[in-house]
Ligand binder design. Structure first.
Ligand code: MIC
Ligand code: SF4
Length: 753
């Protein structure tokens, strides 16, 4: 039984009516993405067709999901919104705050001790406001959502960039910052620029060592980390239909790594099979009744060039397994070619760890494909050369995999089974084998491999691959191992080869679980009191931001970030996750991972007041207490990666008024706007080079801040010479209102009062 079949049936009734109307208005056959977008308009129906990549449109998502690391800030904001209950079904998932160290049982116990304050806070706020609560150990948010809440044709938002994973079940699921989620929880519309559409046609069928992961590793290589920006990617074709539902989830999940707003697949047999296997036959039956509405129109898939802004075709018959990395998920290399590339670039060939898991690749099918390789190693008497760890995606998967003897296979190979949680994927990893910043290589089935992400070491070279490839590489202990062609020496000195992986799409005896870890909220939470200890180092009630105003003069440069500056560089995760509910404390990690363009060091910037160098947060605090506003300058795709709004709130808290870059990642740009700051882009990119460390900065026409109008900024060098540059922005009138009020939340508060 689905959690919310009545809501889903209502969405389906509306869909029929609204899609028919939209087809008339748009005047041509529709993609699946358009069907879902047009049937989730805040105003119900429309009398105009929207322009992709241009019009801001209000939507009404069906559901919201939050994870513990972002939920703290989201709920602290929601508590200020003056509402009694969430307006839209919402869940909180505890998955990011569990350190992987000794294995599931001990690690979970330790997390429950260490983070009880935060888990209790999230649990009681959830209970108060009618939010479903998934306890630590229940699983990774996106896997739990796929198993329980995602449904074909639906629209959801989540405070995590990999919310897009639910596209595997044929929905539009979009990652947002906490402030966006607060709008929807408070009963308001959710605004999005109507996305562009990229169609990816999959032909042929996966075979041998190639898996769904390789589809997205290949796509990442083609589109790069910003190729999907402001676009929805819709997969179709016979190859798409031949993929399992969780395989589709893997592909959609990593769409976040190419900046895509989201990705999706049309409803088909594999999605139906998955719904039935996860005890949601009621959704499958309802979906079957309107199946044609839950996929793109035939004409669209027959002539995609006429309907999508860009079309890519991938033949699964000839696709090869890839490993992407290091340091960026779009550096794609086919497995057989990695040895030479590694040698040429000085990447360590020896592999120290193999890790399987993360929201991307922790399904039952993933575990069985990896287990089929692990079993051969045991049977053929090969010991794994690298250390090896697994985080199952959910308690339901773990329980079922244990029952079916799959975990036993890994244990026989000495693999550590960590908690059903994010673990090493987000730097929650107590890695003991490598000390300091020793150069080393790891392979994992996660989605991101930015510098320092898994273990905090800038010299860990992380490569992303499918779980079965990670297993093979971990067994061989070598990055240049090609299981399709190479052999391994076993304990008896014989050369043995690994056979192709074999997976089981869905458990033949069904999924099973004892305690899935779900806590339903009470019907009336009005008497529940939420208290936050004022001396807590982990939680802090928010004080509203003051408006920045329309006069910025005499500002200083806090940092000119050089090269890649992801949200991991702006607000690192790992050990800092513990401060996600305490704005002042987490601000001490603000931009400490960004490389300063002057001197090329991290966390080392000049304080113009004293002439001395210091860490970014300290220097920012010094300017702030002297009453001096600061700006941050950055390169392309600034803020790529996570949805964490801390990357916007921390600079805001420390007195940064504007972030001026060559280009932004979508979620981060919105997060800056929501927190009442200026997110600007250079009209002429080369102006980036003009900016000097000791410039004084004046905004010349901020009093005329208006949609579509450039803002002019003057930079004064120390010798008194000046130059003036033009900057672009994408603020519409209501977003300018957020700026004027100090933040979007300040505006909601006024409206509720
Ligand atoms: C991530 O994968 O980077 C995270 C941690 O899941 C983030 C969310 C966060 O920073 O809490 C994301 O992807 O949005
Ligand atoms: Fe968790 Fe990693 Fe997925 Fe982010 S990418 S939600 S940290 S498993």
């Amino acid at each position: 039984m689905a959690f919310d079949i009545d809501m889903i049936k209502k969405v389906y009734r509306q869909m029929v009516e609204r899609v028919d109307k939209a087809r008339e208005i748009v005047g041509k056959p529709l993609t699946l993405s358009e069907k879902i977008l047009y049937s989730h308009l805040w105003d119900g129906t429309t009398d105009k067709a929207f322009t992709r990549g241009k019009d801001y449109v209000d939507f009404a998502p069906d559901r919201i999901a939050l994870q513990d690391a972002t939920a703290q800030m989201a709920l602290l904001q929601f508590m200020q919104a003056g509402k009694e209950k969430v307006a839209v079904p919402t869940t909180v998932h505890c998955d990011h705050l569990i350190l992987a160290k000794q294995g599931a049982e001990k690690d979970l116990k330790r997390a429950n001790d260490v983070s009880s304050e935060v888990f209790d806070f999230l649990g009681s706020v959830s209970n108060k406001f009618g939010i479903g609560f998934w306890k630590p150990g229940s699983g990774i948010i996106h896997q739990v959502v796929l198993e329980n809440y995602a449904f074909p044709g639906g629209m959801m938002i989540g405070t995590d960039s990999h919310t897009v994973n639910a596209g595997g079940l044929g929905m539009l699921a979009i990652g947002v910052g906490g402030a966006d989620a607060v709008d929807v929880m408070a009963g308001m519309a959710w605004e999005l620029k109507f996305p562009k559409l990229i169609g990816i046609k999959l032909t042929g069928k996966l075979n041998g060592w190639t898996s769904a992961k390789d589809v997205i590793l290949k796509v990442a290589g083609i589109l790069t980390v910003k190729g999907g920006t402001d676009a929805i990617i819709e997969y179709f074709g016979s190859g798409a239909k031949a993929l399992s539902c969780t395989g589709k989830g893997t592909i959609c999940n990593m769409g976040a790594e190419i900046g895509a707003t989201t990705s999706t697949f049309g409803y088909d047999d594999s999605i139906e099979r998955y719904l039935r296997a996860t005890d949601r036959a009621d959704i499958a039956d309802a979906a079957n009744e309107i199946a044609a509405y839950l996929t793109g129109d035939d004409e669209v898939y027959a002539n995609p060039e006429l309907y999508f802004d860009q079309v890519i075709e991938i033949d699964l018959d000839t696709l090869r397994p890839h490993l992407n990395g290091p340091f960026t998920p779009d550096l794609a290399t086919p497995v057989g070619e990695l040895g030479a590339k590694a040698k040429a670039n000085g990447w360590p060939i020896k592999v120290d760890w193999g890790l399987i898991g993360s929201c991307t690749n922790s399904s039952y099918e993933d575990l069985t494909r990896a287990a089929s390789i692990a079993k051969q190693a045991v049977d053929k008497k090969i010991k794994a050369k690298a250390d090896f760890g697994i985080n199952p995606g959910s308690e339901q998967i773990r329980y079922t995999a244990e029952r079916d003897g799959i975990l036993k296979i890994f244990e026989d190979l000495n693999v550590t089974i960590f908690t059903n949680a994010c673990g090493p994927c987000i730097g929650q990893w107590d890695r003991s084998d490598v000390k300091g910043d020793e150069k080393n290589t790891i392979v994992h089935s996660f989605n991101r491999n930015f510098s320092k992400r898994a273990d905090g070491n800038p010299n860990t070279h992380a490569f992303v691959g499918s779980p079965e490839m990670v297993t093979a590489i971990a067994i061989s202990g070598r990055l240049d191992f090609d299981p399709m062609n190479d052999t391994l020496l076993n304990e008896d000195g014989e050369e043995v080869k690994l056979d192709e992986p074999i997976g089981i799409e869905l458990p033949p005896n069904g999924f099973e679980v004892k305690d899935a870890g779900f806590v339903e909220p009470v019907a009336d939470g009005s008497s529940i009191n939420i208290s936050v200890n004022p001396t807590s180092e982990r939680l802090q009630l928010l004080t509203p931001f003051e408006p920045i105003g329309n006069k910025i003069e005499g500002a200083k440069l806090l940092i000119k970030a050089f090269g890649k500056c992801t949200t991991d560089h702006i607000s690192m995760a790992g050990p800092w996750l513990r401060f996600r509910g305490h704005l002042d404390n987490i601000s001490n990690n603000c931009l400490i991972g960004a490389v300063n363009a002057f001197g090329k060091k991290t966390n080392f910037v000049k304080n113009q007041l004293t002439g001395e160098f210091g860490g970014v947060p300290d220097v920012a605090r010094a300017y702030k207490s002297a009453g001096i506003k600061t700006i941050v300058v950055g390169d392309h795709n600034y803020g790529e990666g996570s949805s964490r709004e801390h990357a916007a709130m921390e600079p805001r808290h420390l007195g940064v008024v504007a972030v001026l870059v060559k280009s932004f990642a979508r979620i981060h740009e919105t997060n800056l706007k929501k927190q009442g700051m200026l997110g600007l882009t250079f009209a002429d990119e080369s102006d980036y080079d003009l900016i000097q460390e000791d410039d004084t900065i004046n905004f010349l026409d901020l009093n005329e801040f208006a949609p579509g109008k450039q803002l002019t900024i003057e930079f004064v060098h120390t010798d008194g010479s000046k130059y003036i540059i033009k900057t672009n922005h994408t603020y519409n009138q209501s977003q300018i209102e957020w700026y004027n009020k100090g933040s979007a939340l300040n505006l909601i508060k006024r409206q509720s009062a």
